[in-house]
Design a protein around this ligand. Structure first.
Ligand code: FAD
Length: 552
């Protein structure tokens, strides 16, 4: 390995970039770009990935956080999509059992709802068939009594029965980071805070990019034989830097999720339920919280700051009220929210919910390959398709086939979910023996998997003590092994605290900024910028604006 996946190796990486002609440059460090970098690097290509902000700071930390086949796409007859993503679920689970946690999803069928008992039974059967679901995990249909026993909070006046089927819960940002770390172990060069501003050409064919190193403010040119743009919602704006020749453009739709303490909405398992406007939304328990989402509305606002509005809040709480009448939730109960953009392929005349979630690959006349659309769940197959295409362009003596289905996403990985549960119990015991908070075992294992051992070892060896001490070791890990460059990288993308434990973000923010300012020798101006950024993120996660423009 050339260097560590740490900001401390950044100078070395940039020196290397200036003197290398890469086989492939990837623009965008969300799950799509990360998957491409891993696929290409593991097939022996020399890869550079550039991300303008932090890794997974775009849509890839704003999803519903499910590794799922998308049951509702059956209604749109998207059998190919359901089959591919449905089958991918088991693979992602095998590669990272702590990040693709098996869950039984309850789908209640309600009077006048989308699914009745026959269509639910049939739909779930087709779903299981397409996704190749093993026998023990196949769908079960429940009558009204059993459905209400499974979830007593449901509205007994409208529930007629339910279906139970298998899905996986994930953490999208963590999945992206682990895919990137694995790409790095195959010697891919990966830079966050590196914004691509233009393309370079030789005889009309693209041969590199010029990017701004946002840490030093310097412009740097990077050369490559092929170039893939995986910029999610920013695709049009990145390609707008040149004449694209793309006919179809993206259509962006916004999705909002609300987070409440689990005690306020104590569902026993994830529930996928009807909304009054004939959509479906999820309520998903996760650790100390339950989250609810999502909305699906046309979006034309700013890409770099997407916020939740009063309408989003009213819509989600209203939908909940109908199916869970005993659950009394108001704005004051909502701890946090996130709002993300779906980078969907535009299709005229279709409403947001009708737009396909398929991915599409564009080969542009100047040699650029661009990929848009798709789902978190399908990242591996999307990457395979695009890298196959890039390989066709490269003059190589032999081409290695895709092998990412066999590459685990952490070192010393757990091999099944039983091991994950045992590890959570083990770390809970360790935490109790040090008189630490009750959630540490769950937090460490579902966030870092087997790498929790590295954090715990540092905690013991450094002489750190108490909850603050373990947090410091977690932060040390982020800085030295996960390319943390800013307090928000750690508190949002690496440890999910903004969304799922917002009080801990408030409690520890000063400690995090202090630690990083010493490690990175920040001047007062930078410390102020960090605090301003933390204030802004905390404000947006707890505010419901009048319009999409938070400054209006
Ligand atoms: P992004 O994650 O947005 O990454 C693109 C990256 O490109 C960004 O980080 C951006 O900063 C970077 N970039 C932009 N311009 C430049 C530049 N000039 N230079 C360098 N970098 C640049 N899928 C599922 O499978 N399961 C779900 O449960 C699910 N739920 C969803 C719910 C919602 C509300 C939404 C919005 C999406 C959901 N999806 C889900 C879809 C999934 O989240 C997306 O398909 C996926 O995250 C898109 O990843 P991406 O890498 O293409 O885009």
């Amino acid at each position: 390995m050339t260097n560590r996946f740490s900001i401390f190796s950044r100078e070395q990486a940039i020196a290397q970039i200036k003197t290398t002609i890469f086989d492939l440059i990837v623009v965008g460090g969300g799950i799509t770009g990360a998957g491409i970098a891993l696929d290409a690097a593991s097939r022996g290509l020399n890869v550079l990935l550039l991300e303008k902000s932090d890794f997974a700071s775009g849509t890839s930390n704003k999803s519903t956080k499910l590794i799922h086949g998308g049951l509702r796409y059956l209604k749109q007859f998207e059998f190919g999509l359901v089959k591919e993503t449905g089958q991918e679920r088991a693979i992602v689970h095998r590669l990272a059992p702590h990040l693709a946690v098996p869950e039984k999803m309850l789908l209640p069928f309600v009077t006048g709802g989308t699914y009745g008992s026959i269509s639910t039974s049939l739909g779930l059967k087709v779903y299981d068939f397409l996704a190749d679901v093993v026998k023990k995990d196949r769908r079960i249909i429940l009558d009204k009594v059993k459905t209400l026993a499974a979830e007593p909070l449901l509205n007994k006046d409208i529930v007629e029965g339910g279906g139970v089927y298998s899905e996986y819960r994930t953490d999208d940002a963590r999945l992206t980071i682990e895919v990137l770390k694995t790409a790095h172990s195959y010697e891919a060069t990966l830079l966050n805070y590196a914004e691509v501003n233009s393309f370079t050409y030789s005889n009309g064919t693209v041969n590199g990019v010029v990017f701004n190193d946002k840490i030093t403010g310097k412009e740097i040119t990077a050369a490559s034989k092929t170039l893939i743009v995986a910029a999610g919602p920013w695709l049009d704006s990145v390609l707008g830097k040149k004449d694209t020749g793309i006919k179809k453009k993206l259509r962006l739709t916004k999705g909002v999720h609300l987070v409440v303490v689990h005690d306020k909405f104590p569902i026993r398992q994830p529930v996928y339920f009807d909304t009054p406007d004939e959509r479906m939304i999820f309520a998903i328990p996760r650790g100390r919280t339950t989250y609810i989402g999502t909305t699906d509305t046309e979006y034309t606002g700013a890409l770099d700051r997407v916020v939740a509005t009063k309408d989003d809040l009213t819509y989600l709480l209203g939908a909940l009220k109908r199916v869970f009448p005993k659950v009394e939730l108001s704005e004051a109960d909502v701890e946090s929210n996130w709002a993300g953009l779906r980078p969907l392929i535009d299709e005229e005349g279709k409403s947001p919910s009708e737009l396909s979630r398929k991915d599409e690959v564009y080969e542009l006349e100047d040699g650029v390959i661009a990929i848009a659309g798709g789902k978190l769940t399908g990242y591996r197959k999307m990457a395979q398709r695009v890298v196959d295409l890039a390989l066709d362009r490269l003059d190589l003596p032999h081409k290695i086939p895709c092998r990412t289905s066999l590459i685990p996403l952490t070192a010393d990985p757990f091999t099944n979910y039983g091991m994950v549960e045992k590890a959570i119990a083990h770390y809970n015991e360790l935490a109790a023996s040090e008189s630490l908070g009750a959630d540490w075992g769950w937090h460490l294992i579902t966030t870092y998997g087997s790498n929790s051992a590295v954090i715990w070892r540092h905690f013991k060896e450094s002489g750190n003590a108490g909850d603050e001490g373990l947090l410091q070791s977690e932060l040390w890990y982020g800085v030295n092994h996960e390319m943390v460059a800013s307090a928000v990288d750690f508190l949002i993308r690496r440890s999910s605290r903004l969304y799922f434990d917002i009080q801990s973000m408030v409690k520890y923010r000063n400690q995090v900024v202090d630690y990083l300012s010493k490690e990175f020798k920040w001047a007062k101006k930078r410390i102020k910028q960090e605090n301003d950024l933390l204030d802004l993120y905390l404000k947006d996660a707890t505010t419901y604006y009048k319009t999409e423009n938070p400054d209006s």
